[in-house]
Design a protein around this ligand. Structure first.
Ligand code: SAM
Length: 353
């Protein structure tokens, strides 16, 4: 019996790999395989209709097939590796995962494990040979620019790195500009929806992932990528050049509301609002940017149990109606990731009229 696989073109292997990781569809028990111009990625299950739509948006062609694949060589997990150096009573507290941005790993360490932070850092470097520097989270994401304190625990060198996502290059300083590899799937999902010739306003663009991935896929879009953090803007402008998208993505250093009021009223076919803790406060500005004839809105917010998706949709509707517009249709509401007990980041895609 073969293994269920996604077959893609070799040039699109990196994009497919990121997508499958983001959707939890990549089966790590098997090695991907190559055959001529195709790459086969093992799947954990058959993709659902929404996932197939996201794939159609991001890949020019693909097939779901069954193929014989080699089982992956078992590598120890981070916890298994740490069980060799931590006191037994602390092994359960050891981190199970970490984020990798370029050649930098970022990990959350429980307070009781802090005296062993260098062991954690070394174990991560042993597991991921390309990681040069390991940083521990020194607090929650906070402040207007959505940054957190990061403490070096292993490795060497600056906090600037170059990350690749969906075939695009992102240079950034992980300590001075927001970026999360956990949003990789959202970046591709939203980017895949842009239609030729659209004008897009990316209100909280950071170092540019939504706009840049979108314009790379659909070069006829014109995206205004706005961020208020001068450091994020510096990397955003650099990334627009590095991805050869001058003319398709316009970096704007500004408060999003001010930029819209000044120059982007009634022009947008699509608005992206990726500032979950405060996006609802800017719905008036988003509505001002959207064409009088209507447009798409991608709204991110934090919402809690029992029905986070419903709470997110209600918050969106309240803000849009207060701005004198209406939500014609909700196309999707999905939990993006947990952010605490019974609390999630939620994405809502809607048509505003
Ligand atoms: C959660 S991050 C999202 C970054 C990016 N969309 C991504 O996917 O990586 C939010 C960004 O909004 C920016 N920001 C916060 N308040 C802003 C405002 N009033 N106007 C424009 N940008 C703002 C922050 O500097 C930060 O880079």
């Amino acid at each position: 019996m073969g293994v269920l696989c996604l077959k893609v073109r070799r040039e699109e292997a990196e994009v497919a790999h990121e997508l499958l990781k983001g959707m939890g569809l990549l089966n790590l028990a098997f090695e991907p395989a190559r055959d001529g111009a195709s790459v086969f990625f093992p799947l954990t299950r058959r993709p659902g209709p929404g996932e197939l739509t996201a794939m159609k948006g991001s890949l020019s062609c693909f097939e779901i097939v069954e193929v014989e694949l080699r089982p992956r060589e078992a590598r120890p997990s981070l916890q298994e590796l740490l069980s060799r150096s931590l006191p037994p009573r602390l092994v359960e507290e050891a981190p199970r995962s970490f984020d990798v941005i370029g050649d930098i790993a970022i990990v959350e360490i429980q307070p009781e494990l802090w005296p062993y932070r260098h062991e954690v850092g070394s174990a991560i470097m042993a597991l991921q040979k390309h990681v040069r520097l390991v940083l521990a989270k020194g607090g929650p994401v906070s402040g207007p620019f959505r940054l957190r304190r990061l403490v070096p625990i292993a490795g060497y060198g600056p906090t600037e790195t170059t990350h690749r996502e969906h075939g695009c290059i992102f240079k950034l300083d992980v300590a001075r500009a927001y970026f999360s590899p956990r949003l990789s799937y959202e970046h591709a999902r939203v980017a895949g929806q842009a239609r030729p010739g659209e004008l897009v306003v990316d209100m909280f663009a950071g170092v540019g992932p939504f706009s840049i991935i979108m314009a790379k896929r659909e070069p006829s879009v014109l995206a205004y990528a706005i961020d208020a953090n001068p450091i994020a803007f510096h990397y955003l402008a650099m990334n627009v050049r590095a991805n050869k998208l001058r003319g398709s993505v316009v970096p704007v250093l500004s408060d999003a509301r001010r930029a819209i009021q000044k120059a982007l009223r009634g022009l947008a076919d699509r608005v992206i609002m990726d500032l979950p803790e405060r996006a609802h406060e800017f719905l008036d500005a988003a509505c001002l940017a959207i064409r009088p004839s209507g447009g798409h809105l991608h709204f991110y917010t934090f919402a809690g149990a029992p029905e986070p998706e419903k709470e997110a949709v209600e918050r969106l509707k309240a803000g849009v109606e207060a701005a004198g517009r209406s939500v014609e249709a909700v196309l999707l509401a999905r939990k993006v990731r947990p952010i605490g007990p019974y609390k999630w980041q939620v994405a809502v895609d809607a048509i505003i009229s």
